[in-house]
Design a protein around this ligand. Structure first.
Ligand code: C2E
Ligand code: MG
Ligand code: MG
Length: 393
């Protein structure tokens, strides 16, 4: 049974160790911290079930502890421990709530073992505990991750057909079908996978799913390209191109059909390493797309140096482009910039005809969005391709 982690911060060693021991007896993996800085560094990189913090420490007062947790956007339950009077503790609870923190329990000192047992039992019964690293490893081994596919269509020139666009390919978006939680969307589990140090494992798995999808399409003559998303840590792995290339070996798949999407933020974080990693991917024949453009901070010089073939305008800009003249000017400027740098430009998150027409007028090459189709299961994606006259081999 995988264990849930709890981190405990208390400046009194005997109390901290005692709470850690009771947590262990309740099947938690507990770690006790004496120094606040070590505690905060550790939480930043570990998926946790919850924390227990002392509100009365000589180096850092309790409100400061809560403020730092709020700044980190800590969203797990917090157990507050303190010898202060109940009124002060209730004020701390209000402060926490106002800062979007969840105080699950207030335990007054001296702490009694029966009370701690009750608190831990309640936590375990709470279905919202986050998955542990072991949960993810098991979920991957059990094949609980799959790709849903969202069509990408060309809108230039106007094809005149009923919708005026032409299918080009799909973007594969990962989904976790958990037996306990049902369908889990990437925004809620990818940060946890990254924090668990499993992002390379996820990317390899997604890449293998993409190869399997292309294999199935090859059999059926579906000539679609397929884009997949990689995370920031992949762009820091200088062996990424070889890692992916080796996975293609012997599959008989034309890997030139695969586009790798990397967010603007990930590509610009370590520009020198990104240049190395991305150039090697290009040399291996993978196509590259700069995702969520317009939300991060790009250096235009970097943009021109990095070997992208495609730029995807973030959906936050697209959704505002009808209502805001300013945003429209920015979108048009991005399309022109992309074209001047020799890039294909994709708009993501297109939800209505009016936006599609505006983008067509601005010269945008491709679109993705609910207007065309939501992400589809692999079977529905194949049917969509055939219904919409997508190219066949
Ligand atoms: P993204 O790569 O920018 O993907 C587009 C997201 O926008 C998808 O959400 C998609 O379902 C959603 N979307 C598409 N059209 C529309 C629309 O018209 N309106 C609205 N409101 N939303 C639309 P999803 O699938 O939840 O993915 C969220 C993000 O998770 C992705 O953003 C990507 O950054 C990340 N992600 C997805 N799959 C993977 C993966 O396999 N690996 C990694 N590292 N990240 C992934
Ligand atoms: Mg993407
Ligand atoms: Mg995107």
């Amino acid at each position: 049974m995988p264990q849930h982690k709890i981190f405990i911060l208390d400046d009194e060693r005997d109390i901290g160790e005692y709470i850690a021991a009771v947590a262990k007896m309740n099947d938690f993996e507990s770690h006790y911290f004496f120094k606040a800085d070590d505690f905060f560094t550790a939480i930043a990189s570990t998926p946790l079930a919850c924390v227990a913090v002392d509100l009365q420490m000589p180096c850092l007062d309790g409100i400061e502890v809560l403020r730092r947790l709020a700044e980190m956007q800590f969203r797990r339950p917090i157990i507050i421990m303190s010898g202060m009077d109940l009124k002060v503790l209730e004020s701390a609870r209000h402060f926490a709530r106002a800062n979007k923190l969840t105080v699950s329990d207030i335990v007054s000192k001296p702490v009694r073992v029966e009370e701690l047992n009750r608190v831990f039992a309640r936590l375990k019964a709470n279905a919202h505990l986050p998955p542990t690293k072991a949960d993810f490893v098991e979920a991957m081994a059990r094949g609980e991750f799959s790709l849903h596919l969202q069509p990408k269509v060309a809108i230039q020139p106007d094809h005149g057909g009923p919708k005026g666009y032409r299918p080009v390919g799909f973007e594969g978006l990962v989904r976790w079908i958990s037996p306990a939680k049902g369908l889990v969307m990437p925004d809620s589990f990818i940060p946890q996978i990254m924090a668990a140090g499993l992002s390379a494992q996820l990317s390899d798995l997604v890449f293998d799913l993409a190869l399997a999808t292309l294999g199935a399409w090859k059999e059926k003559g579906i000539a679609a390209s397929l884009a997949i998303n990689m995370s920031a840590s992949d762009v820091e792995d200088v062996a990424l191109a070889d890692r992916l290339w080796n996975r293609c070996a012997g599959t008989g798949i034309d890997h030139q059909r695969i586009t790798i999407e990397i967010t603007e933020t990930a590509a610009m974080e370590h520009p020198e390493t990104a240049l190395d990693v991305l150039t090697r991917l290009r040399l291996r024949g993978f196509s590259l797309s700069l995702d969520d453009f317009g939300t991060g901070y790009s250096s235009l010089v970097q943009l021109q140096r990095l070997p992208f073939a495609e730029l995807k305008i973030d959906r936050s800009l697209i959704s505002d482009s009808i209502s805001s003249k300013q945003t429209q000017i920015i979108v048009k400027a991005i399309i022109d910039l992309g074209h001047n740098l020799g890039l294909n430009v994709v708009a993501e998150g297109v939800e209505d005809e009016e936006t599609l027409e505006l983008l067509r007028k601005c010269g945008c090459d491709l679109v993705q969005g609910y207007l065309v189709s939501r992400p589809l299961s692999p079977e529905r994606a194949e049917a969509w391709w055939l219904e919409h006259g997508g190219p066949r081999d």
